[in-house]
Write a protein that binds this ligand. Structure first.
Ligand code: NAD
Length: 491
């Protein structure tokens, strides 16, 4: 088996292959490896942290207005390379090119927001908190910060962190998913080309060993994590035990509630796009449609028709609306969960488990699946599937729908489809989810809002993006000054 290119890490301004295990990078549409990634050992991660520590000492002294010049160049390069980045994402992650382009665009928005850092970093001053005494709050960078990211948004999620971390004056170490290492490597090359000094942006490829090395190193002050809930919980606890700041985004099982007064066309289009876009591998994907009262029959039928009509295939094919899932194991896991849901009483309204894409017989394809009658006690009702499976549940009224949403362990997103303002306000007010959509299927916050998440979907307090990122990456130093006025008479 030929593996093609070896994917290297960027440590201390040099690209080099890690000395640890080598893993194949697999094209999910072809089901074949096309590159190999060399994982870093704990010692190599330690080297990166050492280089970051040295770089951070000088970088914090670079005025914010100069630091962001590197980000402006980085943004220009991201724009210039958008198509190449999108092609790379489709190749290693499987999503369609349109989805990959949109992902890069959402990533670039974070660079744009971080370019406003000189203003975002401003502190406060109170004159005369007592006679002749002033108090200031100054934000200062932490030093070395790191992010550990998942496979499903290989460009966007690293960009939730990198621009803010460096614009606030920190050195940043990225540990991307070992399943999609090429996009992170491309981001590292663009950061290098943007002129960030060696050690300010580093990329270390690795697995749990590399993550533990970041967690246990005393010089890493803060760690951002995005991935599944069990790992998020583990990372949060281990980071806290070491006295680190941590923000850990976990899994999801997002409910969308449909009231009878919702617009049939628009609602079913939006829900199917949300459920089956990126093959359901989105932390904001609609996973359960809760239909209220008489919405149940009409909306279920229309959702099934749209799901069954979705064209699957390679994400590089412009006609295709849904690409493969990330791996053969993922496909087996998803099909197994569907089996369990059916055994517990769900009905297979659209069954995509035996999808065939003749042009790519070895690809990891599943077609959209819709399961009807997923009762609240069905194990699937609260389980993240992370694949193209939409569960349908019927409830008598909005109160019952909100209770169902709030009873669930996850709290990433909840959406309501309705034409009633009063229902929308009640929903927005009462649901325990961090990102709420009204007539929206993927309520993904803009870069200048926090990417929220409640309950088992988030461990921490400060979220990714925007002002929360500024708070996360800085210490607030408070200075209280007394300059007795009689001293001024000396001059
Ligand atoms: P994952 O948890 O398997 O991996 C995420 C990262 O953690 C990777 O970099 C991986 O190398 C590392 N990792 C894996 N196991 C580890 C361990 N035992 N110890 C330390 N590090 C470990 O997640 P994934 O499969 O790459 O991504 C899918 C998951 O991410 C889904 O659950 C999805 O909901 C979630 N996700 C959440 C958000 C959000 O904003 N809440 C966004 C995207 C994805």
């Amino acid at each position: 088996m030929t593996h093609g290119a070896m994917v290297e890490s960027l440590v201390g301004g040099r690209w080099r292959a890690g000395s640890g295990r080598r893993l194949p990078v697999v094209d999910p549409a072809l089901g074949e490896p096309f590159a190999e990634v060399a994982l870093c050992s704990a010692d190599e991660v330690g080297e990166a942290i050492g280089a970051a520590t040295r770089a951070a000492a000088a970088w914090r002294r670079v005025p914010p207005g100069e630091r962001i010049q590197h980000l402006f160049r980085f943004k220009g390069l991201l724009e210039q390379e958008l198509e190449a980045l999108a092609q790379g994402i489709t190749r290693e992650c499987g999503k369609t090119l349109a989805e990959a382009r949109a992902e890069v665009r959402r990533g670039i928005e974070n660079v744009e927001v971080a370019c406003g850092m000189p203003a975002l970093l401003q502190g406060w001053v109170s004159e005369d908190i007592a006679a002749g005494i002033d108090e200031l709050m100054i934000r200062q960078p932490l030093g070395v910060v790191a992010a550990v990211t998942p496979f499903n948004f290989p460009a966007m999620i690293p960009l939730w962190f990198l621009p803010y971390a460096v614009a606030t004056g920190n050195a940043f170490v990225l540990k991307p998913s070992e399943r999609v290492p090429l996009t992170a490597t491309a981001l590292g090359r663009l950061a290098e080309a943007a002129g960030f000094p060696a050690g300010v942006v580093q990329v270390v490829h690795g697995d749990k060993q590399a993550v533990d090395a970041l967690l246990d190193h005393p010089d890493v002050r803060a760690l951002s994590f995005v991935g599944s809930t069990p790992v998020a919980r583990y990372v949060y606890a281990r980071a806290a035990a070491q006295g680190k700041r941590a923000q850990c985004q976990g899994g999801a099982k997002n409910p969308v509630v449909v009231l009878p007064d919702a617009d049939l066309e628009m609602t079913t289009q939006i829900i199917t796009d949300s459920a089956f876009g990126c093959a359901g591998q989105r932390c904001l994907a609609a996973a359960t449609a809760i239909t209220v009262g008489e919405a149940s029959g009409r909306f279920s039928e229309a959702l099934c028709a749209r799901a069954a009509a979705r064209r699957i295939g390679s994400g590089l094919d412009a006609e295709v609306e849904m690409g493969p899932v990330i791996s053969a194991e993922s496909r087996t896991r998803i099909a197994g969960l569907v089996d369990q849901g059916l055994a517990a009483g769900a009905r297979p309204l659209v069954d995509g488990r035996r999808a065939a894409v003749p042009a790519h017989p070895r690809g990891f394809f599943l077609a959209p699946t819709v399961l009807g009658g997923v009762a609240p006690d069905n194990p699937l009702a609260g389980t993240e599937i992370f694949g193209p499976v939409l569960c349908l549940t019927e409830v008598p009224d909005l109160d019952a729908a909100i209770r169902l949403v709030n009873d669930r362990a996850y709290g990433n997103m909840a959406s309501l489809f309705t034409s009633s303002g009063a229902a929308a306000r009640k929903f927005r007010y009462e649901v325990t989810a961090g990102n709420v959509g009204i007539n929206l299927g993927v309520a993904a916050p803009m870069a200048y809002f926090p990417f929220s998440g409640f309950k088992e979907s988030f461990f921490g307090d400060l979220h990714a993006q925007g002002r929360d990122a500024v708070d996360f990456y800085t210490d607030k130093k408070v200075v209280i000054e007394r300059w007795p006025k009689e001293w001024s008479r000396r001059f």
